[in-house]
Design a protein around this ligand. Structure first.
Ligand code: CAA
Length: 378
């Protein structure tokens, strides 16, 4: 079922070569300096990766969901920060592609393909797992809406990063998740939009994560993505795809950590032989490899369902759950195999261990994924 096409293999190789040659070399500095990897994003734009799934008529390369996952895996193997920046940018473009009006597509997709960065703004201080509890309001006025509220933990939102923001807001507070929310596209240049605190994070430190403040932020009616009242569905359908993206990131981190562990186990000698000759470590490696492969299969199944426009909610949640847990399992054992050296910043495993942790939290915690899976199964 998952024999890759020649085109998918070619793009995977292109992404792998670029990630291993350029992205991996920049990853430690990006992490240590909390530095947005602008060079990586510029190179990825140049190579056509920022518009990977955007149809050619809107300036993209028109690739499929499986290719998207493969590219995110390759990037994440080298630098999880770069992978999440690209992934959330894909989430933005995907929402515009699948639910935006023709005018929104014509205006924003070519810019997204040219590297103008997109973001998705659902989470609020009191609306994390309970996304339906958000309070940002959009009040109808002549010719448009006025938005007021505050979003938090927004990826691709930094002092200088982020150009376009999809904001989910209440248009009918009584109805909440059942028709009470609407999605709006807000531009960075809107005078009613400002960036609040930028977070100092444990991992994925190259990706900028900030508060987004909307104060009397006026947007025209044609900034609505989908229909009035469809905002929660826009968010949930978008998140089905977003979860496949984060699951791909998690698989990439696991693949990277596994490769580092195998390399180290072959080089490091104790008791007169490479530590990898010990069966205990071989069993670690076998478990790590098996779980990584299984996570990858779930991700590709979810991506395939989404590509075929079949309902992927359950499998996307399974992929996100399993891949996130696997990334943490694999990075933990990979660090263990490195012993004391793994705890030092001299080896990339220390960064991978920290980067992996968020994959059990963002785009819905592991516990939220279990809620989604159970609701689908029962
Ligand atoms: N597709 C289409 N529609 C969906 C849907 C889906 N996957 N999931 C729910 N809906 C619809 C329901 O059918 C329902 O519509 P009707 O009223 O017409 O029937 C409506 O949405 C409300 O659904 P629920 O009653 O199931 O909503 P809920 O309040 O119980 O919440 C939830 C469900 C799954 C827990 C949801 O709140 C959720 O996903 N929470 C986690 C939020 C999350 O993932 N945040 C991530 C933020 S983005 C991020 O992290 C990006 C980043 O930085 C990397």
């Amino acid at each position: 079922m998952f024999a890759l096409t020649d085109e998918q293999k070619d793009i995977q190789k292109l992404a792998r070569d670029f990630a291993q040659e350029k992205v991996a070399a920049r990853a430690a500095e990006v992490d240590e300096q909390h530095k947005y990897p602008a060079e990586n994003i510029a190179d990825l734009t140049e190579m056509g990766f920022m518009g990977l799934c955007i149809p050619e008529e809107y300036g993209g390369t028109g690739m499929d969901e499986i290719t998207k996952s493969l590219v995110i895996m390759e990037l994440a193997q080298a630098c999880a920060s770069t992978a999440v920046i690209v992934d959330v940018h894909y989430l933005f473009s995907d929402i515009i592609m699948t639910m935006g009006s023709e005018a929104l597509k014509a205006k924003y997709l070519p810019q997204a393909a040219e590297g103008k960065l997109g973001a998705f703004c659902l989470t609020e201080p009191n609306a994390g797992s309970d996304a339906g509890g958000l309070r940002t309001k959009a009040e109808k006025v002549e010719g448009g809406y006025i938005l007021n509220g505050q979003k938090c933990f927004i990826t691709n939102c930094g002092p200088d990063e982020g150009d376009f923001f999809i904001v989910i807001a209440l248009t009918d507070p009584e109805k909440k998740t059942h028709g009470g929310m609407t999605a709006f596209l807000v531009e960075r240049t809107n005078p009613g939009l400002s960036i609040g605190k930028t977070e100092n994070k444990m991992g994925i430190r190259g990706s900028q994560t900030s508060e987004l403040i909307l104060q009397d932020c006026i947007v025209p009616e044609d900034a609505i993505v989908g229909k009035v009242g469809d905002g929660f569905k826009v968010a949930m359908v978008g998140l089905d795809g977003g979860r496949i993206g984060i699951a791909s990131q998690a698989v990439g981190i696991a693949q990277g950590a596994l490769a580092e562990a195998v390399k180290y186990a072959g080089q490091r000698e104790q008791f007169g032989k490479p530590i990898g000759r010990n069966q205990g470590l071989q069993w670690y490696i076998a478990d790590m490899a098996t779980r990584t492969e299984a996570a990858k299969m779930l991700v590709l199944e979810a991506a395939d369902l989404r590509e075929r426009k079949e309902n992927c909610t359950k499998v996307a949640a399974m992929a996100k759950l399993y891949a996130g847990e696997t990334a943490c399992f694999v990075t933990d054992l990979a660090l263990q195999i490195h012993g004391g050296y793994g705890y030092m910043k001299d080896y990339p495993i220390e960064r991978m261990y920290r980067d992996a942790r968020i994959t059990r939290i963002y785009e819905g915690t592991s516990e939220v994924q279990k809620m989604v899976i159970a609701r689908s199964v029962m």
